[in-house]
Write a protein that binds this ligand. Structure first.
Ligand SMILES: Cc1cc2nc3c(=O)[nH]c(=O)nc-3n(C[C@H](O)[C@H](O)[C@H](O)COP(=O)(O)OP(=O)(O)OC[C@H]3O[C@@H](n4cnc5c(N)ncnc54)[C@H](O)[C@@H]3O)c2cc1C
Length: 389
């Protein structure tokens, strides 16, 4: 990705990330994708380079960098050929615990240090099978009993749960009937040990990013010390909201870069592949969709950088962060689809990697929030239309 008005520090960060990623060629990612195996060596390299703590505060060993720099690092990782799987390795360490950084006390923040060192892993457990995007209706309960809480319930799609030894869990501490019609109240956030005696983990066979297992969790009588409550009881949902804008920007960045990666592979193939005595890339039917992909990706990137800059300047970045996630996911999806089409039959072969990019690029359209819900947000908050859900 080329960036406008880049500082020498940012250029150095990108160069160092490129150097690190060059040790992990396409075969590395192809093999881990095929085997469904976590890329431990890559995670260790990120930890050694200090990249797992890019946005974490220096007092716990983080670099204290902005969202702009974090997006640049993520995009460099994706475009190196690591794709969304590689980026998720970093984001699941670097961002999953941002609520702890913002609302946790000194003791709780200290517990993030092994995470930044790549020695422990946290599973971020929000989604539930029976409530979906309607997070405020989630059913997992945590009931206070003396100096601890007892939590029980179910979660779904929790990425990294097979390897996690920490869990950031949101659960209901006040019954919904007692929230005076405000279901967002009464949810609490806990950063606690992943106790496998109380949490059964079942990986879900899935379409892409198979090297990072996403799982169903069955939680039964998980004992959580009261010291593991983040901030105040009942305010967990509001703490989660704080991390939404940076998360949108990062997902948008991943999707755009996956599109860029797929586009570069398509262009290379279009130059090299000769059919009817000319490179296929000489045909306008091949050229034009790729040129349109480039334009759409660049447009999404401009909005993305605007959102990241606004967030770093302390401005309200909601509209642009949501727009960046929406545009990035759409432009990335179109570019990955077109890349497979440009490769003809070989687009379907694992050897050319573009089929993996297409599988992976579905995810930014679905999660952590769907495109529909992004449009609902823009319609309501930007256009001033009535709330529709
Ligand atoms: C690979 C993967 C990894 C994930 N990792 C994690 C993780 O680590 N932790 C975690 O907590 N979650 C995780 N998730 C869950 C993810 O955040 C959810 O899947 C996502 O938020 C969508 O929720 P849902 O699947 O329940 O969809 P649903 O809420 O069931 O929605 C289904 C569809 O209906 C649409 N819809 C619903 N209501 C409306 C409406 N009012 N208007 C228009 N459309 C509507 C939605 O947009 C969507 O298209 C992951 C998901 C995947 C696929």
């Amino acid at each position: 990705m080329s960036y406008e008005n880049i500082t020498p520090e940012q250029a150095a960060i990108i160069e160092n990330t490129q150097k690190l990623c060059s040790q992990f060629p396409p075969e590395y990612w192809r093999e881990h994708d095929k085997a469904g195996q976590f890329p431990t060596e890559f995670k260790d390299a990120l930890a050694a380079a200090g990249l797992l703590g890019v946005m974490m505060p220096p007092e716990i060993g983080g670099s204290g960098l902005g969202l702009t720099e974090a997006a640049m690092i993520i995009q460099t990782i994706v475009e190196s050929g690591a794709g969304l799987s590689g980026a998720t390795v970093m984001t699941s360490y670097a961002f999953a615990s941002s609520s702890v950084v913002k609302h946790g006390n000194a003791e709780q923040k200290k517990k993030l240090i092994p995470l930044l060192e790549g020695k422990t892993r946290v599973a971020f457990a929000v989604t539930e099978p029976n409530t979906g995007l309607d997070t405020t209706r989630l059913k997992t309960r945590a009931i206070r009993q003396g100096d601890h809480y007892i939590a029980s319930g179910q979660k779904i799609w929790i990425t990294g749960a097979t390897l996690a030894n920490k869990i950031l869990l949101i659960a209901r501490t006040t019954p919904i009937e007692e929230t005076a019609g405000k279901p967002a109240k009464g949810l609490s956030l806990f950063f606690t040990d992943f106790d496998r005696d109380a949490i059964e983990v079942r990986p879900i066979p899935k379409m892409g990013t198979g090297m990072l297992h996403s799982c169903e969790l069955f939680i039964e009588n998980l004992k959580i010390p009261k010291e593991d409550l983040i901030g105040e009881e009942g305010k967990g949902f509001y703490y989660l909201l704080d991390s939404l804008n940076p998360e949108r920007v990062i997902i948008g960045a991943e999707a755009i870069s996956l599109g860029k990666l797929a586009l570069s592979r398509a262009v290379q193939y279009a130059r090299e592949r000769t059919v009817f005595d000319c490179p296929i890339g000489q045909n306008q039917g091949i050229q034009h969709p790729l040129a349109a992909n480039w334009a759409e990706l660049e447009a999404a990137q401009a909005i993305l950088m605007r959102a990241a800059r606004m967030y770093d300047n302390g401005e309200d970045a909601g509209a642009y962060a949501n727009a960046a996630k929406y545009l990035g996911a759409e432009a990335g999806f179109k570019a990955c689809t077109q890349s497979v089409m440009t490769h003809g039959g070989m687009g379907y072969a694992k050897e050319f990697d573009v089929e993996r990019y297409l599988r992976e690029v579905m995810l930014p359209r679905l999660a952590p929030v769907s495109q529909q819900l992004i449009l609902c947000y823009l319609a309501e908050k930007v256009l001033g239309l009535p709330k529709s859900y």
